[in-house]
Design a protein around this ligand. Structure first.
Ligand code: NAI
Length: 257
């Protein structure tokens, strides 16, 4: 049987927050489809280790809260490789606090990464891609951007902002050949979620957070449930999708009970 040509052969990609979790899985998926992937992360050692696990990986230290650092990341990749075809704005953090007890610094700390960081990432990638004739930008939003999300008001507000920004960027950039789409996962079993299991259980007053999630979405999601969608959105196979939100949540948001 003839083998399939990888759909991202020769493409140049950046994945922010690509050192672990969903970002690392997306980096591996883009790599397996032929892209050269720059794994950009706050954690340089982990980014390097992830990049070394790829067939054509590179790593970069980048804090997406630092607008100038994001500009430099994009500039460096374009000057080294001549282009940027794919940007995955994935870096994100979460903390757990009831809304009424959340202090302003906690609110701002999550907005700084999850919304301001995405603004810088999409803006600089959008500029570079518009100048070079096109590309695909993918934001890692969340189903929390659609619904009330107890204990993570800052996170959910940021994700709602990411969904809005994704649509506006898509509309502004569509004349330049740049598409911008959002992925909205449900609960996926990465460190972000699993490390906070006990905190969620205590704050929600439940014995088993995993059981709560299983009731809502069938089971805990896996990074492999999400990563192939990123490769699809990065490729020309999704050429008629723009400014869209793609939910991957085991049916959680489809159900009222
Ligand atoms: P994770 O905690 O496993 O990985 C996050 C990565 O982002 C880490 O490598 C971390 O070093 C990096 N990072 C954090 N702050 C950064 C900064 N300022 N600059 C650059 N890199 C930074 O988290 P996970 O679960 O892989 O999350 C990835 C994205 O997916 C996030 O945007 C998250 O909000 C989103 N998401 C996650 C879901 C889940 O259930 N795990 C569900 C929906 C969305």
């Amino acid at each position: 049987m003839a083998s399939r040509t990888p759909v991202l052969q020769g493409k140049i990609a950046i994945v922010t927050g690509g050192a672990q979790g969903l970002g690392a899985a997306v980096a591996a998926e883009l790599d397996s489809e032929g892209a050269l992937v720059v794994v950009a992360d706050l954690n340089g050692d982990a980014a390097q280790a992830t990049a070394e696990s790829l067939s054509r990986g590179e790593s970069a230290v980048c804090d997406v809260r630092d607008d100038a650092a994001v500009a430099k990341l994009v500039e460096d990749v374009v000057s080294r490789h001549g282009t940027l075809d794919i940007m995955v704005a994935n870096a994100g953090i979460a903390t757990i606090t009831p809304f009424t007890e959340m202090d302003f610094d906690t609110w701002r700390s999550v907005l700084a990464v999850n919304l301001d960081g995405v603004f810088s990432t999409v803006r600089y990638a959008g500029r570079a891609m518009a100048a070079s004739g096109g590309g695909s930008i993918i934001t890692m939003a969340s189903i929390t951007g659609f619904a009330g999300s107890p204990l993570i008001a800052h996170y959910a507000a940021a994700k709602a902002g990411v969904i809005s920004l994704t649509k506006t960027a898509a509309v502004e950039l569509r004349g330049k050949g740049v598409r911008v789409n959002a992925i909205c996962p449900g609960f996926i079993g990465t460190e972000m979620v699993l490390d906070r299991k006990a905190e969620f259980e205590q704050a929600l007053g439940v014995d088993d957070f995993g059981a709560v999630i299983a009731q809502a979405q069938g089971r805990m999601g896996e990074v492999g449930d999400v990563a192939p969608l990123a490769a699809f959105l990065a490729s020309e196979r999704s050429r008629f999708s723009n400014g869209s939100t793609f939910v991957v949540d085991g049916g959680m948001t489809a159900s009222l009970v």
